[in-house]
Each structure stands twice: as C-alpha cells, then as structure tokens.
Design a protein around this ligand. Sequence first.
Ligand code: GAL
Ligand code: ZN
Length: 672
Amino acid sequence: MKYLFGTDYYPEHWPRDRWAIDARMMREMGISIVRMAEFSWAKWEPAEGVFHFEDLDEAIEILAKEGIDCILGTPTAAPPAWIIQKNPEIQPVDSHGHRLHFGGRHHDCQSNLAYREHSRRFVTAFARHYADNPHVVGWQIDNELGNSHGDLCFCPSCEDRFRQWLKDKYGTIEQVNKAWGTAFWSQDYSDFSQITAPKDTVTGHNPSQQLDWKRFCSDLVLDFHRFQADILRKEAPNKFITHNMMGFSDKVDYFKLTEQLDFASQDQYPGGHFQPEHNGYRADEQAGALDLIRSAGHKPFWVMEQQSGITGWEILGRTPRPGQLGLWALQGIAHGADAIVFFRWRSCTMGTEQYWHGILPHHGVPGRYYQELKQFIADTGSILEQVQGSVPAKEAAILFSYDQEYAMAIQPHHPDLKYQSHVMRYYSALHRRNIPVEFVREEDDWSGWKLLIAPFQFLMSMSLADKMRAYVRQGGRLVLDFRCGVKDTHNIAIMTDNLPCYVSDLCGLKVVEYDCLRDTDGAVSWGNQNYPIEFWNDIIQTDTAMPLALYAREFYAGTPAITVNQYGEGSVYYIGTGMKPELADRMVQEWIDHCGIRPLLETPHGVEVTHRKKNGSTYIFVLNHNAEERVIEAPESWQPIDSKGKGTDIPAYGYRVYILTCGLYTDTDSKL
Ligand code: GAL
Ligand code: ZN
C-alpha cells in the first residue's frame, strides 16, 4: 500500500485561499492521504436533492496536485437541520423516553426509515459523483458508529425493529417467553406487539430481555453500515471501505463489523482528556485497544485518528510531552497499523472541538507538534513501508466476547467488576512480560495458540464446551475463571449441571459455593507467599484438578483458589478469584514455565516490546513510555533499522526498531 501517513482535514472550516498552503505543508511533512467530509452533509446537500460538491472537488484537486489522495467519509453522523425539520422523528430517544435534539452530532436513529431514505439519496449521489475520481481511494462509513449511542435509541421505530428481530430469532411468542423466563414477575407476552425496548422501569429489568436488546442494538449498527456499504460497492467499486473504531467500545461487535470492511481502523488518543489517568497514560490499555482492532480482522489495520496535540472539549488533558506524539504513533505501528492518519490537521476555531488540537495551532503557523511529527515521519517512513502487511506470531490468545461483556454489564455481581478491566487484568500481566496477545472469538479457529485465556465465560453452551474440550485434548492450554458456565445463552441459569456447567469435567472440579468480596479484600497463598485478590471467591471441591493457590482467609481458608487439571494432551487452569496484578504476574510466570509462551525480552517497567513478522523477517519495536531514559539488553541478533544507531539506551518517550532474520519469533524458529 502506498500510503503511510495522513491527516484528517476539514477544508470547509478554512478560507479557500488557505487550501493550497495546507496541501503544500502536508506534502512537506510527508503526508500522502487525507480523510475528509464525514461531518459536512449540510454543505454538500443544502436542500433536498440539491447537491453541491464543487468545493470538495476543488479541495481534492488541490491536494492531488501535491500528490495527496483522499478517503471520504459519508456524513451520516450529522444530518442537517433541514432534514431534522422535515422529519423530526429521526432524532433519537433515550431510555427515559426523552427525545434528544439537534445541535450536536449523532442525532439520528439508525432504524428510522425516513432517515434511511435521506441517507440512501445522499450516499448514492456522493458515490456516483466520486466513482471515477482516481484521487478518492476509499470510504469511511459514518463516524465511530456506536459513539454517543450508550443510551440510544428507544424510539418507536427501534422498538418495531426489535420486535421484528425477535420474530426472526424466535419465530413464536412462546419461544420468546421461554427464552426470557417471563414466568418471573408475570411478564408473559401473548403477542409480539406487547414487547417494548427495555426502557427505564420501576425496578430492575429482565436480564434476558436486556441481553437480546444489546445484541439487537449491535446488529442494528451493523445493518446500518451494510446498508451504506452496499450502495458504495455498487455505485463506486474499486475503492476500499474502512471504519474508524474505538478500541474496547462495546456498542457494536467489531469482529462482525470488520467482516464488512476491507480493513479496520482505530481512533487512538492515548493522552485524551477523558482518560482516567490525567498525568500519564496507560500504555497497556492503549496496546490492548490496538491489539483488539488488529484481532478484529486478524490482519493489519489503520489508525484513522491519531492524537496530534493537546485534547479537550470543555475540559482539557495534558499537552503531549516532547516525543510522545511520535511514540504514540509508533505504538500503533508496533501493534499492526499499516498507516497512521493524524487527527486533525489544524485546531478548529469554532464549534465543540475548539480545544481538540491539531498538528497546527489555531493560527496555522507550525509549532512543536508539526515539527515533531514531521521528524517522526522522516524517521519512520521507510520502517513503516517495510513492515506493512506483517502481523505477530501466535503465542497467547484471549477469548473476547461481546455477549459475555453485555452479560457482565447487566449483572456485574460486584459493583467494580467490568468486563474490559477484567480482560485487561490478564492482558496487562502478559503485556508487562512482553508476550504478544491476540484476541480471538468463540467461532474462530483456536489451533496454534499456545495459551487460550477465556475470562468470564458466564454464558455457556454445550457446543462451546465441546470446542474447549477439543482444543485442550489436542494439547491446548486453557484458562477459565470464576462465574464460568453459570447461564445459558439466553441469560438463564443452567439447572442441569454443577458449576462450572458443561466444563466441570474439563476443569476437574466443582464450584460448590461462592462469596462476593463486598467491601473487603482477600488473599491467597501460593508456595510460601501471599497474594491479594478481589471481587469474588469460588469455593472449590477438586476432583482431578491440582491446587496451585489456596485461600488464605475466611472460613474456606486452605481450600483451592487456583487449580490446574491435565486433560488429554493439554491442561486447564481454573482461577476462582479476581487476581490483583501481583497474583496475575505470578500466574503469567506459571504459564511461561509450563505453557511455552515466550517473552520477547525482559525490560524495565514501562518499556514495551512488540513484534511483527513477514517473509522470514521479524521486526521488533521497543518503546520507552517512561519520562526518563531506559537501557535494555537487546540480543546480538537484533539489528537496529531505525536511524538512531546501535545503542540500547532508549531516550524518554523514545523508541528503537530492530530486525532479526533468525531466532526467536521468526519463521525459522522450530517452535512456531
Ligand atoms: C473522535 C471523533 C472525531 C473527533 C475527535 C475529537 O472520537 O471521531 O470526529 O470528534 O474524536 O473529539
Ligand atoms: Zn430509534
């Protein structure tokens, strides 16, 4: 792919006589692609059926003269005022039943038929207009689908659509009643027309209905995306389609969305003002989000929005420290990005995002952000070109499931238990040891992964249990943990088996009781050391499993908390408790010792190592996320390919890139 670096550009925000200057400055810093147009519907269609693409045509032409191509976003995340005036029912409704209004963005209901018609008309005209333009090379559909939709949309059109979705899934109302356990609190339905979206209720809502609603909402976004993708592919073939995703956001299943795309894209804001740690950032969280988006297609992706300055809407974050903008962009490449597009070219002088700074400041004269990124592009362009198309080797995998995430959100058990943080507890411990991780889903082929961690397998089916058994029988190492096999896929507790249902034999144990650690921490002993635990304790009776760690407190002190069971050629770990980081680190050491997963390199705290491989070569990225220099011990076989010489001292917020053609993590490594 010829594109390496790009920027998100909004020519409609700037005087026309500035466009050529912008294009020249972009070229000078090494930018070859821009994304445009994703919020400008009112400009291109000021009245129904009246299209004015002249300005956009001109901007595309000016950019093309500097050798810059573009991706156009369909602007359906911001329907214009005249559409809302004509069809106010397009505006979404929240779970309280309140309609939300014009003035922001994402003020649209994706099931609304009038809105679909407006979208169809615009997207068709847009696609036809640019079908033969060689400088429009790709599309992005809408923008961050699912964003702003946490509590949306519960309008009558969405309820109708939900009923249709249920009819397709269950066929009869009796089946719905059975699946949702409506015998409880007199919730039986005699007709589909009685079913509503799970709006606010006086007391808690039906967990089975809530789970189906979340699945439906994800499917609706997928349907809205497919609806536009079909138009674009028909009217303007030979251009790629991508979508800018938001890491661990759970509103739409990104694995399924990626099936509709040529490749996935990620929006990456490590120092975003919304991040929980204002004075720093969590490199592991950023890494996890990037790995998830790569895993969604199990192939390289793009970063479609990469932070390029201080961020904020009403409140601001910290300004990126010298070096961080490049380091953060390199982290994307290190985890599988084939192109980095910086958000945004110039800080906007108007609107909600005035303080979400771009490469250029408001006044447009290049400053530190521009200079740093220009240097970064000069330093890394040839590296990115070399690594394009490469992916990591198979080591550890984490089973990721939106269904399990929804189920935990509906019933977290412990108020502080969240699916993403729970998954990240495992991910971060592997990340601290520089062990590559891929996220896989239930329906994927698991063969080749040395270790498969399956956190919170709350919803269990016999077929999933069988697949796990087959994986382990053939030598796989599987990790299951607390609340495994509690419910069926309708979110109804399984009554025909012991916990963990359907996999109790595989784990070689029974969970006979459990304890939710409200307002108290716990501890386990492993060898002669104690480790802190949190959230939950399963009380376990072992059958064939061997205990590794024992509870150290409460009336069940001395009983197993973590076990391992040999099964077929492989083994199964069962973790009955929430591990704090120290215990997770101990657990990872166990897997390094017994499951064949290999750290790329042991490094000081805050130094991350990743790899990508293709054609017998392995590229190693070493990133120093610390505010001070760190020294690493790179093996002799690692040849530096960055422009910064041989050294193993890595400056604050600096990086090194190496290549190796034999040894660890290469094709010649017999273990792979
Ligand atoms: C992203 C979004 C962009 C812009 C940016 C800064 O989430 O895709 O359009 O809004 O955040 O707020
Ligand atoms: Zn709606």
